[in-house]
Design a protein around this ligand. Structure first.
Ligand SMILES: *Cc1c(COP(=O)(O)O)cnc(C)c1O
Length: 362
């Protein structure tokens, strides 16, 4: 811990690397000798254009994206992507496959249906309260795309590997695990991620889209909702979320230069997950809610023997400077979100606290 900062296990908005926050603070009043804050310069200025283009270049390097992929920074959160994806990519005479793995996937399905689109739920884990990622799914080879949620922030599950879809492009909501591990990007036609979980502040959504999918945008949808417009304008069709993009640039720089890339980030995330899950599995007191092969390395959801103990646990955790451990209001229980910026030390400190709590209350 530094100064009066707590151990932050918030689900989103969530922790950011301390060095990134410090750099924002240091340059906040006078960005790059402009005599202005980054929140005061024109988005058409050289100062901001450099930030934008560096954020894109670093994103492409980190994810190994070739020139057929475009990196966009949009507003409206991941929730607007639930609608933009089918609006742009799903013609009325075609179908899309969706895998329902929880709250956010359910919302994505609902938005596509609201638009009158043909949605096929190819698999669902609703039968067991979304505690697992479905396996051996039979995808429709004629589907326009397969929509998945790579990490289920609320239910605490994560795709350990991505399915084979016979060449049908995967569209992935990666809001809560983007940049947490390397991915085989060729499988993906579109990736979207609200920044506030793993890569930045609220107010900006990263969208990565491949050329061939850009060709599908129909003429008769609102301009602001067309991927083509944002790709042609390099995310500057209108004023972009400048401060969010700046923070993302610094987080990408941290990932490249301090962490050393996504393979290293993945190792660190695996280590953190192992510390927490191994401890809970042996405790006989804390019970992870997800099946072992579907556990998320980003959002660790768990229960205690009783709801009273959970209440007490969260109360005492808060008093001891462990924040954000309450489960999502829709599911209850506890959740430790251990995104990229939450380090091994924070996870070890949490386990120490959990051990003492168990000794006193178990
Ligand atoms: C938080 C979250 C969303 C919603 O993001 P907003 O930016 O608030 O719209 C969607 N999908 C997943 C997986 C999330 O974790």
């Amino acid at each position: 811990m530094t100064g009066n900062r707590i151990y932050n296990f918030n689900a989103g908005p969530a922790s950011l690397p301390l060095g990134v926050l410090a750099q924002i603070q240091n340059s906040f009043l006078n960005f790059n000798d402009s005599g202005m804050s980054i929140t005061e310069v024109s988005h058409r200025s050289k100062w901001f254009e450099e930030v934008l283009n560096d954020a894109i270049a670093r994103t492409k390097r980190l994810l190994n994206l070739d020139d057929s992929y475009h990196v966009l920074f949009l507003q409206g959160g991941a929730s607007l992507q639930f609608a933009m994806v089918p609006m742009n990519l799903l013609p009325d005479d075609r179908e899309a496959d969706y895998v329902n793995t929880g709250t956010w996937a359910t919302k994505a399905i609902k938005e596509a249906q609201l638009l009158g689109k043909k949605v096929n739920v190819a698999a669902s884990s609703e039968d067991r309260n979304f505690a697992y990622i479905p396996k051996n799914i039979a995808f429709n080879p004629k589907a326009a795309y397969v929509h998945i949620t790579s990490n289920n922030t609320i239910k605490g599950t994560q795709w350990a590997s991505f399915p084979d879809t016979n060449g049908v492009p995967i569209v992935a909501d990666m809001s809560s695990d983007i940049m947490s591990r390397p991915i085989d990007v060729k499988k993906f036609g579109l990736i979207y991620a609200g920044a506030q979980k793993n890569i930045g502040p609220a107010g900006v959504c990263m969208v990565i889209i491949r050329d061939d999918l850009l060709k599908l945008t129909p003429k008769n949808i609102p301009t602001m909702l067309k991927y083509t417009i944002h790709a042609e304008g390099n995310s500057m069709y209108n004023t972009p979320p400048c401060f969010g993009i700046y923070t993302i640039q610094l987080v990408m720089k941290w990932l490249e230069e301090s962490v050393g890339g996504l393979a290293n980030m993945e190792k660190i995330n695996q280590k953190k997950g192992k510390i927490l899950y191994d401890f809970m599995d042996k405790s006989g007191f804390y019970k992870p809610t997800a099946d072992a092969d579907s556990r998320s390395l980003m959002n660790v959801t768990f229960r205690l023997p009783t709801e009273e103990l959970e209440k007490e646990f969260i109360k005492q955790a808060t008093a001891n400077d462990f924040g954000g451990l309450k489960g999502h209001r829709s599911v209850g229980g506890c959740r430790a979100s251990i995104y990229n910026a939450t380090n091994v030390e924070a996870v070890s400190a949490l386990v120490d606290f959990m051990r003492i709590f168990q000794q006193k209350n178990g």
